[in-house]
Design a binder for this molecule. Structure first.
Ligand code: DP6
Length: 332
């Protein structure tokens, strides 16, 4: 017997960052975080549970993945299989519409889409809140990709796995957009997972980071409620910089920046000084994301073209949460 599930999930960019786990096995974060789901980057995933298979298979963009990558998928699918008390193996096919591992949070859309597709294939009918706790155990940032718009990921209590989940905060259907400046889309040298571990262990700034992220989150939720774009942008930029400063304080120091990242940050500041509100944030990679108003996007893109090539500038609208795909939408 075979049963199939297909799901699309969009990536998300954190405006209040997650950088560190208090429980590595359960992916419980040190602080709550908040993100914006983006329309331009997504993963489509199909899960086929098949009685004839003797082990799980995983294809990424039509390439069969090796033992290590497939093992991660197996462990993730086991969360669902254990609950359903079945052992049926799966063939997983994923298509990434995201430059993989370029700090564009491909693991966020990947595990969110996998959670949605497996939920359908196995017929568990888990709700979105529960699915976000499952997605979390694939990759922390995936917790938030279950929903669209502005999304908060609760840090949760103690070592209880169900209390650390995402909730939708606001659908962001106001004048908001994001432009990604792709500085380098190659694979990053230090994974977020290793980077955050090293930061917690060695950065003397780490406890202040957790305190400041917590108060930034409270202020950001007020800004969203008031639809105050300037306050939203200022907190976003400041929070991202504080995360990177905390990493620089690690031993050995961690930096994901490249010369062109600095060039992009300076250009955005220059654009802002001409009176167009726009703010930067960066993740565990050299690419720079610009939070701006959708209505200013074309103007900002034009100005960025003075420094960067057209293919490096990727504008995005706000994305929706996970969505099951029907057969006719599966064009692979
Ligand atoms: C800088 O979610 O990739 O993008 O949980 O270990 O898989 P793991 O890490 P991951 O880390 C994302 C870190 C970040 C900030 C964020 O998205 O909040």
């Amino acid at each position: 017997m075979k049963s199939t599930g297909r799901c699309r999930a969009h990536t998300n960019i954190a405006l209040i960052k997650y950088w560190g786990k208090r429980n590595e096995e359960l992916f419980l974060p040190m602080n709550s975080s908040l993100s914006l789901t983006l329309d331009a980057f997504f993963t489509d995933t199909e899960v086929v549970l098949d009685d004839n298979l003797t082990s799980d298979e995983f294809y990424l963009d039509d390439t069969k993945q090796g033992v290590e990558e497939t093992q991660k998928i197996t462990e993730f699918l086991n969360l669902f299989r254990n609950l359903a008390k079945i052992e049926t193996k799966a063939c997983v096919k994923s298509y990434n519409h995201v430059p993989t591992a370029a700090g564009l949070a491909s693991s966020a859309s990947a595990f969110s889409a996998l959670a949605g597709a497996m939920n359908q294939a196995i017929g568990l009918n888990l709700d979105l809140k529960t699915l976000s706790t499952f997605a979390r155990q694939g990759s922390g940032s995936a917790t938030r990709s279950v929903y669209g718009g502005f999304v908060e990921w609760f840090m949760g209590n103690d070592d209880e796995t169900t209390s650390s989940h995402a909730i939708p905060v606001d659908d962001a259907s106001w004048d908001i957009g994001m432009i990604v400046i792709a500085v380098n889309t190659g694979r990053k040298k230090l994974s977020s997972r290793v980077g955050m571990k090293q930061t917690i262990k060695t950065s003397p700034f780490y406890s202040s980071w957790v305190e400041t992220a917590t108060s930034d989150l409270t202020k950001m939720k007020e800004a969203i409620k008031k639809q105050d774009f300037i306050q939203l942008g200022e907190i976003t930029e400041s929070n991202g910089m504080k995360m990177h400063a905390t990493m620089l304080g690690a031993f050995p120091p961690i930096s994901y920046w490249e010369p062109d990242s600095v060039k992009a940050i300076q250009k955005v500041k220059e654009i802002r000084e001409t009176g167009i509100p726009c703010y930067v944030t960066m993740d565990a990679g050299p690419n720079v994301k610009v939070l701006c108003k959708q209505s200013d996007m074309l103007k900002i893109e034009q100005l960025l073209l003075e420094e960067f090539k057209e293919e490096q500038i990727i504008p995005s609208k706000i994305g929706e949460g996970i969505r099951l795909l029907n057969r006719s939408e599966w064009n692979y």
